[in-house]
Design a protein around this ligand. Structure first.
Ligand code: LMR
Length: 445
């Protein structure tokens, strides 16, 4: 290759700065002169917009799936991403979903648009799933509902809608909460504040500290985000008395409960898991709820969720519905149809519904069994520390309670993938990997 030939250097003033124009191998390059010898490419008014963007760290949860996929260790264990897995480590399509999809394939005769709020029938059915059959807010037409792209979509629609109703409103979240709550709340322009939630020493909810913070610091019109059940990441849930106390506080102070229920049916049952949320709904005038069908219907990639806004009166619900539709139209226009039609087909057919509930019960029982087996496996591996709290917690997640170095050692030395906070997805365990996992934990403790 010919060496580049500098044939000429011209200096000139342009846009109030001294520029050098260098002719290199017959082509002209422009630099701005910084100090004595530092040259920086000069693009004039047309500076590339993306050149100064900082790079974003990998998502702390989603990235684990990539790391696990790329690990060639045959004994690797994936306890990262929150998806249910069966004994073979596979995330199955539920039987009722397969049957419903077959029906849709046979019957669906158009792919024309659905409305901004999605399928009206799905929305009604989901309101009953979340709020209970014959619930008061629906009977009084006080609920605005939108089918959304997953539970995350529901959270974002609600946050955008709240920001339209009360710009930069404050949303209180537990410490810790699902990491993505922070991103969603901030992206919508809302203000994030934290209350203490999980006590690492007792492995349970520090309810007194949570209530003391909300009592003294939260103000009327603030939202309080709590997990409906199966707390992500800790597995530590509020009991019914605590829900009641939260409802009383919200009512007294004019706080708006904001419930994220992404794991209904994975804890104690479809009705039991929504009991706290329903109690609070009966105690307050206004409330917002994000619900997901990703886990309980196993419809993760079909992005099927629901945003519900309970208002004080029917006339408010109509206005809220219009506002939510506006938010949706200005964002993704309308939700994907498929997952919602699958759910609707299942919920409308008694046989499919019974089969879905039966399979969900199998899932729930398997998770509960894995929790007990893990406690025993840790003991068998020689761990002296008390891990019995894992058995008391609900849903797919628990904190191991180990520090960052121990997490890194589990990932790098033992090919055990878990979230940096030490959150494990218990559903990723099975008879094959349980003992290895327990040994790895024993090795890092
Ligand atoms: C999780 O917490 O692992 C799941 O909710 C998946 C996700 O999107 O983070």
């Amino acid at each position: 290759m010919m060496p580049a030939l500098v044939s000429k250097i011209l200096l000139k003033y342009c846009e109030k700065q001294l520029l050098s124009i260098v002719l290199l191998s017959g082509k002209a390059y422009t630099f701005s002169l910084l100090g004595k010898a530092c040259l920086q490419p000069y693009f004039g008014e047309k500076r590339p917009m993306f050149e100064s963007l900082p790079s974003v760290p990998a998502d702390p949860i989603l990235h684990l799936a990539v790391m696990h996929r790329e690990d060639t260790n045959p004994n690797k264990v994936d306890l990262g991403l929150g998806v249910y897995k069966d004994e073979q480590g596979h995330t199955p399509i539920m039987r009722a979903v397969v049957a419903a999809e077959q029906r849709l394939l046979d019957l669906e005769d158009t792919k024309t648009y659905v409305g901004m709020a999605g399928w009206a029938r799905y929305n009604q059915l989901l309101a009953d799933v979340v709020l209970g059959a014959d619930n008061q807010p629906m009977a009084e037409c006080r609920v605005a509902i939108a089918q959304t792209p997953g539970g995350t979509g529901a959270l974002r629609v609600i946050c955008d809608f709240i920001n339209a109703a009360k710009p930069a409103a404050k949303v209180w979240v537990g410490k810790p909460t699902w990491a993505n709550h922070h991103a969603i709340i901030k992206s919508a322009g809302l203000t994030l504040a934290e209350f203490p939630y999980f006590d690492a020493a007792t492995h349970s909810v520090d309810f007194a500290a949570m209530m003391a913070t909300l009592e003294t610091e939260a103000e009327a019109g603030d939202l309080v985000l709590v997990h409906g059940c199966c707390h992500n990441p800790s597995g530590a849930d509020l009991n019914l008395e605590q829900w009641r106390a939260l409802g009383e506080l919200a009512h007294k102070k004019g706080l708006i409960p904001f419930v994220d229920i992404a794991y209904q049916g994975m804890g104690d049952g479809m009705e039991e898991d929504a009991a706290g949320l329903r109690l609070v709904a009966s105690m307050v005038d206004e409330m917002v709820i994000a619900s997901s069908c990703s886990k309980n219907f196993g419809l993760y990639r079909e992005r099927t969720g629901t945003a519900l806004v309970i208002t004080k009166a029917a006339e408010h619900a109509a206005v809220v519905q219009g506002q939510m539709n506006g938010v949706i139209r200005g964002n993704y226009s309308m939700p994907p149809s498929h997952g919602a039609l699958v759910v609707q087909t299942i919920l409308e057919d008694p046989e499919l519904k019974a089969d879905w509930l039966a399979e969900l019960a199998e899932v729930r029982q398997r998770i509960a069994r894995l929790r007990s087996e893990l406690v025993q496996a840790l003991q068998a591996a020689g761990v002296k520390q008390d891990f019995s709290f894992i058995e008391r917690q609900k849903g797919m997640f628990s904190f191991l309670g180990v520090d960052k170095d121990q997490v890194n050692s589990l990932v790098n030395d033992h090919s055990v993938y878990l979230v940096g906070s030490s959150r494990i997805n218990v559903a990723g365990l099975n008879d094959t990997n349980m003992a290895n996992f327990a040994k790895a934990v024993a090795a890092v403790l």
